[in-house]
Design a protein around this ligand. Structure first.
Ligand code: LLP
Length: 435
């Protein structure tokens, strides 16, 4: 929930810096990021992959869509893991951060010709192919640049992952990849093999996000490995790589579970070993793409309370609305996925009685609700600070300028020092787009 260097004992602080001091120096709303925690999480996924799969451990690709900026790309480079990008913009940031192109994997169900061409020309390690068109497009670009581009095929193993329907990605009725059961995957395999400028390295599946059990990952591995065996039987060679995607869930609320890297990787390694043995296949190099599980818990959002309003409901009950200075523009997840968060009073402690409250943003929408029902101190007043943990993944990265709100900055904290790594947008930034 909170990152490792946050203390909620008394006034909230991170690495010794109080919430009040952060607000004074950087203003609110702001994403506060625990750099040491980010690095530790990235490293622990890398180590878990290595200890689970040993010599068959491939690459951990950090899923940049969860949150990426140039400084974070530099950390990724420093740590030595790879990065998964799914647009030209994400690719540009990874390159700006100095990530070795061979450690970049490119995703996307509708990569533009320009995106493909840039990826091929800079020499990205892997392109994950999502459609028959793309096979031709990547092959043409690779021919043009005189390269052989390594590719994986994105497959849908037909799994109903236990998560919100908007973030499940591997059942049949989705826009992503090639279905194994329908035979689309086999057609794609044959199409790839017809091109000398692309080299099929293996298969890939990403079954969804915020998944909290290991079963779906194991079933996915089982189905992909069965296809690897079918490939070997048909063509007499084994494909050397298998991408198992990301999706490992984190805890948002007290009492929530999260997937522990060593536990998931051990379970996956067992599933992979068993299924490879079943088909007498050598174990391919296994790659994973955690996004949320690396960055999610590393940030909290710091808000200032602007108004407190009591509303009498039809049944006579009171509802307290506490408005903060952000909302659905920097955290769309509650509105989009009914995602639940918690919040704490951050600038002081309070012994006042708790009162059932609704935390809302400042947007012109009734649905601009950050937390539907939360017990907060009844003396919370304008000027107080509230902090929402676990907003690192799909928070700043999905932020919008709705109502012309400038997007908040990201402040990285490490060893008692706080610095801006993404600055706050200004009205000038917003007006700068208008002709
Ligand atoms: N790999 C692929 C191919 C993906 O599409 C994704 C996420 C990931 C890896 C990383 O998944 P993670 O480990 O972060 O769960 N906006 C939604 C989540 C959408 C996920 C999209 N793809 C949310 O806020 O919950």
């Amino acid at each position: 929930m909170w990152s490792s260097n946050v203390s909620t004992d008394g006034e909230l602080s991170i690495s010794g810096i109080t919430a009040a001091n952060l607000a004074k120096e950087f203003a609110t709303p702001a994403f506060i990021m625990d750099e040491a925690d980010f690095r530790a999480r990235a490293i622990s996924w890398d180590q878990a992959l290595k200890s689970g799969f040993g010599e068959n451990a491939g690459t951990v690709y950090y899923a940049g869509k969860a949150f990426i900026c140039t400084e974070v790309a530099r950390w990724i480079k420093d740590i030595g893991i790879g990065i998964d990008v799914c647009t030209g913009g994400e690719l540009a940031v990874a390159l700006a951060g100095g990530v070795d192109p061979s450690k970049i994997e490119v995703h996307g169900n509708n990569k533009s010709l320009a995106e493909i061409d840039r990826a091929v020309s800079v020499g990205v390690g892997t392109i994950v192919i999502d459609s028959l068109y793309e096979i031709e497009r990547v092959a043409a670009s690779a021919t043009k640049h005189g390269r052989v581009q390594r590719v994986l095929l994105r497959l849908t193993p037909g799994i109903e992952a236990h998560t919100h329907e908007s973030i499940a990605t591997a059942h049949e009725d989705v826009k992503f990849g090639f279905s194994i059961v329908s035979g689309a995957a086999w057609k794609a395999i044959e199409a790839v093999r017809a091109h000398a400028s692309i080299e099929l390295r293996g298969f890939h599946a990403h079954i969804g996000s915020q998944i909290l059990d290991t079963d779906s990952f194991e079933i996915s591995a089982e189905r992909l490995i069965a296809l690897l065996a079918k490939y070997r039987d048909a063509f007499g060679v084994e494909l050397p790589e298998l991408g198992l995607g990301g999706g490992y869930g984190i805890h948002y609320l007290p009492g929530d579970e999260e997937l522990v890297p060593s536990v998931v990787m051990q379970a996956l390694a067992t599933a992979v070993d068993t299924n490879c043995a079943l088909h007498s296949l050598s174990v391919p190099k296994i790659a994973i793409e955690p996004g949320r599980a690396i960055v999610g818990p590393t940030m909290f959002t710091l808000y200032e309370v602007g108004t407190v309003k009591d509303v009498t409901l039809e049944n006579g009950d009171n509802r307290r609305y506490i408005s903060i200075d952000g909302g659905m523009s920097e955290n769309i997840r509650p509105a989009l996925y009914a995602a639940e968060y918690t919040a704490v009073l951050a600038n002081r402690t309070s012994n006042a009685a708790l009162i059932s409250s609704r935390l809302v943003g400042k947007h012109c929408e009734t649905g601009d609700i950050l937390i539907r029902d939360i017990a907060l101190a009844s003396d919370i007043a304008p000027g107080d600070l509230l902090a929402t943990p676990a907003t690192g993944a799909y928070g700043r990265s999905m932020a919008s300028n709705y109502n012309h709100l400038p997007r908040p900055p990201v402040i990285a904290v490490k060893n008692g020092k706080a610095r801006v790594i993404v600055r706050r947008e200004s009205e000038a930034d917003l007006l700068g787009l208008d002709i």
